[in-house]
Design a protein around this ligand. Structure first.
Ligand code: 5GP
Length: 301
């Protein structure tokens, strides 16, 4: 009788997969440490799928990757939460998941969604995360949702139409809009052009009972929160930092210097995700768009 052997090719493929998974776990740990991703999101991914990268991460590595947690503190936390250090995130029992989630919420508080929200939705997120694509998908598939058209001082790109993608205005016109209080919010984005949300079309759509979606940057989102505290703020996240870099390089619309600048801004923007009511990971556009629409239905008064 011949002995069964794992063929050489299978072993090589398995070794390659193991290396890839280790690399993916290392990247996820880095994202936790640099606050690119909230720990609650990683925990939720792990609990939803024990086989996922998050699910296969050791609880010891997960805790150690969190900001300001060293080995001593980590071990005390494990005792406090009654979790064995050999456990993986995806292998935690129901009670351990609940205690870990509570502990994370206390230690890394997220803006908790409030009740009584208006139909004003703000979609923000770092550069190249795909905000524009998700918004365009919603525009095409949900004509009932009013997508705000911003005013901007940047020149149109090929294919962009005035009054459809943006209202392309000059500096004098933009100044006039500010002076007349015609903008709900406005900001200089990427240190370059000015962008702003015209107030009148939004007020009109809201008064007609429509849901309004603004796709704007972080500064704008903060201004909307201050002006309209009942607005729902959604933060679109990349699946990982590496993926964000990949998307920015892949679209090839920025030169090296501009890319570096946008990535620096992205780091700062990602650190603000806890200010938002909801976080949606943009793995694929259709799913992310669906989640935004579902949120709009769930939160609307
Ligand atoms: P782009 O020039 O690539 O179309 O947009 C650049 C950035 O400007 C994006 O991050 C987009 O979210 C942001 N943006 C677009 N419209 C507005 C707006 O009305 N207000 C603010 N604050 N940001 C905007």
């Amino acid at each position: 009788m011949s002995e069964r052997r794992v063929p050489e090719v299978d072993r090589a493929a398995a070794a390659r997969r193991a290396v890839e998974r280790r690399r993916a776990r290392a990247s996820l740990k880095r994202d936790l440490t640099t606050r690119v991703v909230a720990p609650q999101i990683v925990a939720a991914q792990a609990f939803a799928d024990a086989e996922s990268v998050a699910g296969s991460m050791r609880i010891t590595d997960f805790l150690l990757a969190l900001p300001a947690i060293g080995v001593g503190k980590r071990d005390r936390i494990l005792v406090e939460l009654d979790i064995s250090p050999v456990k993986r995130l995806g292998g935690l029992g129901v009670r351990q998941r609940v205690t870990l989630r509570h502990w994370l919420d206390e230690r890394f508080p997220l803006q908790s969604p409030r009740s009584g929200r208006s139909r004003l939705l703000v979609l923000a997120g770092p550069t190249a995360v795909g905000k524009g694509t998700v918004a365009a998908h919603i525009r095409e598939n949900h004509p009932d949702i009013h997508l705000s058209i911003s005013a901007t001082t940047r020149p149109p790109r090929p294919g962009e139409i005035d009054g459809v993608h943006y209202f392309f205005v000059d500096d004098a016109e933009f100044d006039r809009m500010i002076a007349e209080d015609a903008l709900l919010e406005h900001a200089v984005v990427h240190n370059r052009s000015r962008y702003g949300t015209p107030r009148a079309p939004i007020d009109k759509a809201l008064s007609e009972g429509k849901t309004v979606l603004l796709e704007i940057d972080l500064q704008g989102a903060r201004q909307v929160r201050a002006a309209e505290p009942s607005a729902t703020l959604i933060f679109l996240l990349p699946p990982s930092w590496d993926e964000l870099v990949h998307r920015l390089v892949g679209r090839g619309t920025e030169d090296e210097e501009e890319r570096a600048r946008r990535l620096r801004t992205a780091k700062i923007e990602l650190a603000a995700q806890s200010e938002f009511d909801y976080r949606i990971v943009n793995e694929d556009v259709a799913t992310a768009a669906r989640e935004v629409v579902e949120l709009s239905e769930a939160t609307a008064r």
